[in-house]
Design a protein around this ligand. Sequence first.
Ligand SMILES: [Zn+2]
Length: 184
Amino acid sequence: MPRSDTTRGGESTRACEEIEAEMWGVWSGDEELAFSEHSRSTLIERMIDKISVADKTGCWEWTAATAKKYGYIWDGDKLVRSHRLSLRLALDAGEFDENLNCNHRCDNPPCVNPSHLRQGTQRENILESRLTKLTEKDVREIKSRYRKNDVTMRELGEDFGVGQPAVSLIVNEKRWGHVSVKCE
Ligand SMILES: [Zn+2]
């Protein structure tokens, strides 16, 4: 029997065993994790219990405790964000940087699929922190002024103290997409 092609999302529902085997493979980074209570394999077993795989997107969605959409898990030592732990388990020793953000390429906060995650650079971290400083009111004003075509992204970036890259993400609906402006 031919092996089902998982890249054409939605066409096939893979067997649980196959998905679990993939997770064990992905989380085989060689970093020795020093947790006080949980061994690496216990952690992986607990993670697998809390994940549901979305056929279409390939997202590994966290079904257990979340806060602000991000999953959390007890790592044996402390409560950690599950997507961070997932990426840490997938990387080899020394590759995970505790000081960097762990960003979703899929824009789906509950997702813990390591291939949808990457650690942000310092520059990206600054961009993220600028984006979170803005209020909905700011975002509405940015979108509305940009639509009127009398101002550039650079000028808006200067006015709001967030820089052009942040404005670009907003006006292209890559961020703050839920904040809409009325058409005038
Ligand atoms: Zn995802």
